[in-house]
Each structure stands twice: as C-alpha cells, then as structure tokens.
Design a protein around this ligand. Structure first.
Ligand code: PRP
Ligand code: URA
Length: 209
C-alpha cells in the first residue's frame, strides 16, 4: 500500500496557515504556494538514488555522492498544479516538466482530461505529480492513469491539502503511488470542497472566479 506522508514541519505549517487564510491576496498566495512547493520537494525527493563519484577537493581525492542518472519529471495538473511547479523546480532544476490538463465537471465532480504533454523518455523517469488539492481524488487518479497508460512506472503525488476521502480513493486506485501532503483536513462538503481547506486553489492562484 502507498505510504502517506503528512508534513508537520513548522515552516510548512506556518506558511500553510497564511495560504488558507481568506484575507491572503493573490500575490502573497502565489508566493507562499511556491515556497511550500520548494520545501516539500526537499522531503519528497528524500529517496532519490545516489551514485558514488570520485572527486578532488582542494585537499584530497574522495568518494562523494551525486544523484544517479535516473531522471525526474514534474507533472502539474492544470491549472492549479502550475502554482507548485516552480518551487519544485528550484530544488530539481534539471527536471523535465510534463502537463496534464483536467477540470472537474461541476455537476458530476468527475475529471475531464483536455490536455496531456509528457516527456518522450517516460519509462526512464521518476514522476512527481503536483496539485495543491486532493479532494475526491478523481483528478489525481485520472492524471496518474494518464501517465501509467503512456508507460510511467515510478510516480509520487504531492499536494498542499487533502481530504481523507481523496487519500483513500487515491490509495485504492494507485497503491504504488506514495502521497505527500502539507495538511490533511477533516472532510469534503456537499460541493466537493475540502473543509476547512483553502477554497478554490486555481482561482486564488490566478485571481479568477
Ligand atoms: C481542482 C484542484 C484539483 C481538483 C481536485 O482543480 O486543483 O485538480 O480540483 O479535486 P478532485 O480531487 O475532486 O478531483 P479544478 O478542477 O478546480 O481545476 P483548475 O485547477 O483549473 O482550477
Ligand atoms: N478543488 C479546489 O480548488 N478546492 C477544493 O477544496 C476542492 C477541489
């Protein structure tokens, strides 16, 4: 079964409180999401493989560690996933960025895919799928289906806020995908919004309604 990691780091919790706050404006919201994405990336990449390399310090030769050849790809779920991408890229600047576009049908809450563009060498990459919100889980499940259909095998999912319903659905659909969460909330409301949550992540990031 997939592991669920909930971050209790004080910096992440502090920033998340401002992200949740309804009085936080678009500019600050975007900056904070970027910063939390960066902090989370540090932990999400904890088990990336390392190789031994021989280097020369100014003092002597030594065996040091460098990231192995396994390449990373970040896949934001459009739109709101874009808000976390830059932060992750600051930690892994050589990563490729794929995109999967999904929106939730407001009536059925079912995800509808409208775009997918992924790196060519999909089988060789470690994927980090990013989206601020894991609500019913439908969007994350569908985005990961889309990656697996095209040959991806190693996938992690990272979000700011999750509802227990979404975590359970994602774990059931993709038991091989570890889930990284900054805040695990109480429940979904009747409109599929996370409670207490942060509202509509895409609208708050991009200043739309
Ligand atoms: C939001 C969010 C997730 C999805 C989560 O996107 O960014 O992708 O809802 O809900 P789920 O777990 O129930 O599928 P939305 O569909 O509002 O699109 P947007 O990113 O374009 O705003
Ligand atoms: N999508 C959002 O942006 N917010 C929620 O609370 C649920 C889905």
């Amino acid at each position: 079964m997939a592991k669920v990691h909930v971050f209790d780091h004080p910096l992440i919790q502090h920033k998340l409180s401002y992200i949740r706050d309804a009085s936080t404006g678009t500019k600050e919201f975007r900056e904070l999401v970027d910063e939390v994405g960066m902090l989370m990336a540090y932990e999400v990449t904890r088990d990336l493989e390392l190789d031994d390399v021989t280097i020369n310090t100014p003092v002597t030769e030594m065996t040091a560690k460098r990231l192995s050849g396994k390449k990373v790809a970040i896949v934001p779920i459009l739109r709101a996933g874009l808000g976390m991408t830059e932060g992750v890229l600051k930690m892994i600047p050589a990563a490729r960025v794929g995109h999967v576009g999904l929106y939730r049908d407001p009536e059925t809450l079912q995800p509808v895919e409208y775009f997918a563009k992924l790196p060519q060498d999909i089988k060789e990459r470690d994927f980090i799928v990013v989206d601020p919100m894991l609500a019913t889980g439908g969007s994350a499940i569908e985005a990961i289906n889309s990656l697996k259909k095209r040959g991806a095998t190693k996938i992690r999912f990272m979000c700011l806020i999750a509802a227990p319903e979404g975590v359970e659905a994602l774990q059931t659909a993709h038991p091989d995908v570890d889930i990284y969460i900054a805040g695990l909330d109480e429940k979904l409301n009747d409109h599929g919004y996370i409670v207490p949550g942060l509202g509509d992540a895409g609208d708050r990031l991009f200043g739309t309604k």
